[in-house]
Design a protein around this ligand. Structure first.
Ligand SMILES: Cc1cc2nc3c(=O)[nH]c(=O)nc-3n(C[C@H](O)[C@H](O)[C@H](O)COP(=O)(O)O)c2cc1C
Length: 164
C-alpha cells in the first residue's frame, strides 16, 4: 500500500501526529506539509489519502480547505481518512470536525479521527498567547494528545492482511 498524508501544522502538533500515524501505517507513506511544500499531486499514485489539520479560532487551515476543494472529485474515488487536531472535546470537537470536512467526504471516508491537541505556549506569538490565556486560561504548555485514537485510525486505514 502507498499512502499520502496531506497536513498542515501551525506549532508542530499535527506534524507530531503525522509521525505517529506514519509509524502505524502499512507500506510506503508520503507526507506533505501544505504550509511548507507547494506542490501538485497525482492522487492516482496513491492507494490511500489521509487529510488532517488543526483548529484555530474554530477553523481548519485554509490550505487544507483549498486542497479538498481542488481534489474533491479524485478524493471521492479514494480510500480516505480525515483527522483533526484540536483542544475542544466532545460535541464541540465534533462540530469543528464537521465544519472542517465536507459531508460528502465524511460519508466517503474509511476512517475519521479526533486526536486531541497541545497548547505549546512556548511556540506561540504574542497575540496567540493573549488569546489562549483569555479564552482557555492557559499560561503554560499543555498536552492532550490521544495516541490510542491515532493508532485506531491507522488500523482502519490499513488494508486487511489477506487483501494485500
Ligand atoms: C490562537 C489559538 C487558537 C485556537 N483555537 C482553537 C479552537 O477554536 N478550537 C480548538 O479546539 N482548539 C483551538 N486551539 C488549539 C489548537 O488546535 C491546538 O493547539 C493544536 O494542537 C495545534 O496544532 P498545530 O500545532 O499542529 O497547529 C487554538 C490554539 C491557538 C494557539
Amino acid at each position: 500500500m502507498k499512502s499520502l498524508i496531506v497536513y498542515c501544522s501551525s506549532h508542530g502538533t499535527t506534524e507530531k501526529v503525522v509521525g505517529i500515524l506514519s509509524e502505524h501505517l502499512d507500506g510506503e507513506v508520503v507526507s506533505v506539509d501544505l504550509k511548507r511544500d507547494k506542490t501538485t499531486f497525482d492522487l492516482n499514485d496513491f492507494d490511500a489519502v489521509m487529510i488532517g489539520g488543526s483548529i484555530h479560532a474554530g477553523q481548519i487551515q485554509r490550505s487544507i480547505k483549498k486542497f479538498i476543494h481542488s481534489y474533491h472529485v479524485d478524493l471521492m474515488e479514494k480510500r480516505l481518512g480525515l483527522f483533526l487536531v484540536c483542544m475542544r472535546e466532545g460535541e464541540m470537537a465534533v462540530e469543528q470536525f464537521n465544519n472542517a470536512f465536507p459531508v460528502e467526504l465524511r460519508k466517503n471516508s474509511d476512517a475519521m479521527g479526533l486526536f486531541g491537541g497541545e497548547f505549546l505556549v512556548s511556540k506561540m506569538n504574542f497575540f496567540e498567547r493573549q488569546i489562549v490565556k483569555k479564552v482557555d486560561g492557559i499560561i503554560s504548555d499543555q498536552s492532550k494528545l490521544d495516541v490510542e485514537a491515532i493508532i485506531e485510525f491507522a488500523s482502519k486505514m490499513n488494508p486487511l492482511k489477506s487483501m494485500v
